[in-house]
Structure formats: C-alpha cells, structure tokens
Design a protein around this ligand. Structure first.
Ligand code: HEC
Length: 250
C-alpha cells in the first residue's frame, strides 16, 4: 500500500514539474509580447537654447491615458543640440504609454504645457516612433507661445483686426506686446511687469479670483486648456520673475 502512495506521489511531482516548466515558457512569451519596448526619437533644428525657470524643464515625456504625471521622461539639455540639430531618445516605452510628448514638466514630472504630442495607438507597431520638433527655440517664450498662446489665446488675440484690446499674441508679436507694456484696459498696470508677477495684469486675469478683472472671463479660458492650472500659473509667475523690469527712462 505504502509503495503505491510513493509511486502516486512521484507521478504527481513529475507532472507538476512538467506543468510549471511549460508555464514559465509561456510567461516569458507573454512578457515579451506585452512590453512593446518602443523607442521615441525626437529630432529637430534648434537655433536658440535657454534654461527654463528653476524647477521646470523641457522634456520628451511618456504619459498614460489618465495621468498628467510622466511615466518616464528625458529632460532636454543644451548638449542634446549639436551643430543646430536636436536629437533625443526615450527608450523602453511600456504598453501603458498612451502619448509621447514634447512638453514642459515640473520637478514632480507633472505636465505644465504640452508642445507637441504623438498618440501611440494611432501609429503602426514599429520599434521607433519619430517626432520632428517644430520649435526652433527652446526657451520659456517659445514654450508659452506654442503651448499656451497658440492653443488658448490667438483666436481672439490674432493679428490684424482680430486682436482684442489691440493685443496681438501671435508668434513674433506676443512678447513685444506683453512685456513692460501698459494695459489698454487698466493703464495703471503693465500687461506683464518684468520681475513682478503680482503687479502684472496677465497674472491678475488668470488668478482664480480674476474672472471679473476684464469683461471676458480669462480664468475659464485657462481651465479649458486641459493642464493643471496651478502648475501653469506658477510657471507663468516664474517666467515673469525672470524678466528684466521696465526701464524707468523709456
Ligand atoms: C474669447 C476671446 C478671448 C480669448 C480666447 C482670450 N482673450 Fe484676452 N481678451 C479678450 C477681450 C475681449 C479682452 C478685452 C476685455 C476688456 O477690455 O475688458 C481681452 C483682454 C486681454 C488682456 C488685457 C489687454 C489690455 O491691454 O488691457 C490680456 C493681457 C489678455 N486678454 C490676455 C489673454 C491671454 C493670455 C489669453 C489666452 C490664455 C486670452 N487673452 C484669450 C478676449 C479673449
């Protein structure tokens, strides 16, 4: 009888071994299938580079479908630009990555402004996805232009007769029309007062309490942009702090 049990146990053990060894093979296959291991390659022509305000970076970053915190990012640095050509790679993208974006992120890797984005699901399953940057300047001003003014403002502050209060926020005009320029609606204020965010009309109309500063509610416009408004406000304030104050002689 004892003998019988022993053989029975042995058969069971061998069967178990066979099953588990098959299983580990399967697991390996599933793992390889699930991890796409794609690489994102960002290239472009760049003729201007500047550090963003402290705590913010321009990055090539990967995001899931529900969160604004990057799953992974590669911060751009001046050494990524050689002879005017930018080349940056972000590799080992897992299958939870939904978009790869050229963007501004803060120290917590939270998206502050999206500059260009690629949706991975819409692309063929190739190993390398490519993103050609349209930003020739990697500066705070060009990030604000691409990720903020172009997205949220120029439909009312475009060129020609399309500029509400004569404020043209299109590329090549926005900075000269904002920085240290008196506001048309509030002549006692500057639209953007270099070094002084709180004294800038731009800061006041975007603040949570700013909906009644102008006839048009600009806080609502900010909320529609789809990024964390507080993170963006802080970035705008830091940018204003970095600007030179108005020359008292001009
Ligand atoms: C729906 C149209 C609309 C959009 C979009 C819009 N604005 Fe305005 N904006 C206006 C109007 C109209 C005024 C003038 C309001 C007034 O005089 O009370 C104005 C005024 C301003 C002023 C004050 C100008 C001055 O000299 O007094 C600033 C600064 C400004 N907008 C910035 C922005 C920014 C930045 C954005 C994008 C986030 C934006 N606006 C988006 C319609 C818009």
């Amino acid at each position: 009888m004892k003998h019988f049990y022993f053989i029975y146990l042995l058969i069971l053990l061998v069967a178990l071994l066979v099953v588990t060894s098959c299983d580990s093979g399967d697991v390996h296959e599933v793992y390889r299938f699930k991890s796409t291991g794609r690489t994102a390659l960002l290239t472009g022509s760049v003729d201007e580079w500047e550090e963003l305000p402290e705590g913010y970076n321009i990055a090539l970053a990967a995001f899931g479908s529900t969160s604004d915190y990057a799953l992974g990012q590669r911060i751009l640095s001046s050494s990524d630009v050689k002879s005017g050509r930018l080349r940056v790679e972000l590799s080992q993208l897992s299958d939870t990555v939904h978009t790869v974006e050229l963007c501004v992120t803060n120290t917590l890797r939270k998206k502050t402004l999206s500059l260009q984005r690629l949706e991975l699901a819409s692309l063929p399953a190739q190993d390398t996805v490519r993103l050609e940057s349209t930003l020739r300047a990697l500066t705070s001003a060009s990030c604000l232009q691409t990720g903020f003014f172009n997205e949220a403002c120029i439909r009312c502050h475009g060129g020609g007769n399309q500029s509400a209060r004569g404020l043209n926020l299109t590329e090549g005009h926005s900075m000269a029309m904002l920085v240290n320029v008196p506001a048309a609606s509030h002549p006692e204020l500057l639209r953007v007062s270099g070094g002084r965010p709180e004294e800038s009309l731009l800061h006041q109309i975007l603040a949570e309490s700013g909906q009644d500063v102008l006839h048009v509610n600009h806080v609502e416009i900010l909320h529609k942009l789809g990024v964390d408004t507080d993170v963006l406000r802080t970035f705008i304030d830091e940018w204003i702090k970095s600007l030179p104050p108005k020359d008292p002689n001009s």
